[in-house]
Ligand binder design. Sequence first.
Ligand code: ADP
Ligand code: MG
Length: 727
Amino acid sequence: MSNSRFRAVEAAFATEPVKAVPPAPATSEYYGCNVFSRANMRKYLSSDTRRKVYESIEQGVTLDRETAEHVAAGMKRWAMDMGATHYTHWFQPLTGGTAEKHDSFAEPYGKGESLEQFQGKLLCQQEPDASSFPSGGLRNTFEARGYTAWDPSSPAFIMGDCLCIPTVFISYNGEALDYKSPLLRSDAAVSKATAELLKYFGVKDDPVFSYLGWEQEYFLVDTGLYALRPDLIMAERTLIGHNSARNQQLEDHYFGSIPGRVIEFMKDLEFECYKLGIPIKTRHNEVAPNQFEIAPVYEQANLANDHNLVLMALMRSVADRHGFKVLLHEKPFEGVNGSGKHCNWSLGTESGTGLLAPGKTDKENIRFLMFMANVLKAVYDNNGLLKASVLTASNEHRLGANEAPPAIISSFLGTQVTAAFEDLLKSKDMVKIMSSRGFKTGISQIPDLLIDNTDRNRTSPFAFTGNRFEFRAPGSSANCASAVTVLNTIVAYQLTKFKEAVDKRIAAGEKAMEAILEETRLAYKAAKKICFDGNGYSDEWKKEAAKRGLDCTTSAPESYDSFNSKQTVEIYREMGVMTEVELKARSEIYWEMYSKKIEIEARVLADLTANHILPVSTRYQSILLDNVAKMKEIFSAAEYKKVSAAETQIIKDIATHTSEARELAIEMERGCDAILQLKSQREKAVAFHDRIVPYLLKVREHVDALEMIVDDDMWPLPKYRELLFIR
Ligand code: ADP
Ligand code: MG
């Protein structure tokens, strides 16, 4: 075996699993040890300081200067006891991922001595030189000022030797430059709107939060093979590669036994997660070969999202230890399933009442239907915006590709809830409606709604699953905050309008519950078109959805217009989540990111074609040409014609594919150059979508054809069958 590809394949298949961690103690013994949790605060902060911190967490009160000093001192002592030497403000810029700049606690002073320092002001606010983060025009680069400010509602934690302090990232004028600040604002908005309505149900002093339980899908690839794929390294997906004869058609990977190397990786990852208090619960194989999933127990959305971002970073570093690269891209391989990140979303009170779950009493069930109808109405009114929040250059490959939800947002409710709503449209007798539909009413009984969970519709993007909605459109590499912020904001707005309408009725003399039921009925009636229980992959649905007026665009750049629509601006302004300027900036950044991603893919593909594929293909072609020429010497003319026919055809095929691939790649690059001259970010992104994306496919077609022709011995890039089957 001569070429580097073969050596890498050999090594990948011979790799022994690395033992994950020394025999682990019971999880409960070390769970959360790397988090500045309440338990750790008790050891390092005075009771007075703790009380103020809790107040700040629970009521959003800003900490006074003196308390901040105490917290910083305690946090530093704890971190140093844990072996940390540095600290960082950890934030979530719109580039994706997280950002951190490590500063040492050590503060040199005098002659060759130093003292460990960490002051309250360093904890609360910093001013990183942030000129290289995208701001969508919010911050002139010459000003370069972005501020990070401590988010006490998400506890500080230690990664490696660094104390990480979760922060928001905002501009000089307080405009959001990150994912976290709008999420926090939207959570406050939905919390307020929900609490107002809960007063009708006798619930007081029980703060409401949005909750999130994500399910992270990912691929693992052997590091040695990954290193030989410039496309994986530069674009996180294979831009070329012929399907292997076997991919996922045997459906033998899903829930199958997990390969030894992978299990060791998973154990190691879980160990690291538990130390950071990330409540991982589930691990399993996914549908595609080499595809897996990890999911935690749900938490308050802000914390859950921070945990997901920490997890994504951990995955990469832990994978390195096991000789794997983790791929979080939504579509690393053509022809097999891509990866998503289902966001299970709900509203609930701090004391544990789920507001999207049916209750035990009639009143609780009215409350349930009320929240359900309002969520549906919000999603119906803003379905385009919700989609825009999850469409990216990479997630475009997934949505609508018969493996993930279509690029049309609809909701699945299940038969019982649908029937309850339909009855509600006809009759006012709630008790009768609920009990006739299997909702056991009456104080002592437990509702039976979970029956529907067993046959839930897998093709629905926004499916009700018993006590929450499962939003299945977010991509595996996404920051969930993008989708959750939209959900929180549109639902907050809808609930606010709903309450106004109810209040009006009450003022006119209606009884509260009757007013609520009537408005619930109207909300459901208005939102009904968002409900769809059939096959979301079918072409009929696409036609039907267009008829219903749902947003059917599949182009990410076009969908970003939703951020700037009059309706969105109004909703976000009224809910205090983002101003028109912030929304505009966001769409600018999304367009810019889209263009950059596609341009990188085009450049990498052109490079691969010119420098890897064409030279090898023509070399193989020369061997064949040489062979055919020499045959002529030993065969008669008649014989020669017969024996050389097949090979001659191959030579011609290679010539066709190489010349086409070369032409197309050149045109594609020229196309990129021309698009870069366009003026606006929107124009550029739309052009990359409309003009360059089709080239990526066309070039690939020829390259993939060449892969099937050229001598396996000469092919430089690891093939799908090698990348996709870990042993
Ligand atoms: P499945 O693959 O069947 O959808 P998983 O167990 O993989 O289910 O993931 C379900 C996710 O939903 C978990 O993260 C779970 O904690 C979360 N979840 C359960 N109940 C709620 C809820 N009320 N609100 C938000 N998330 C929830
Ligand atoms: Mg799952």
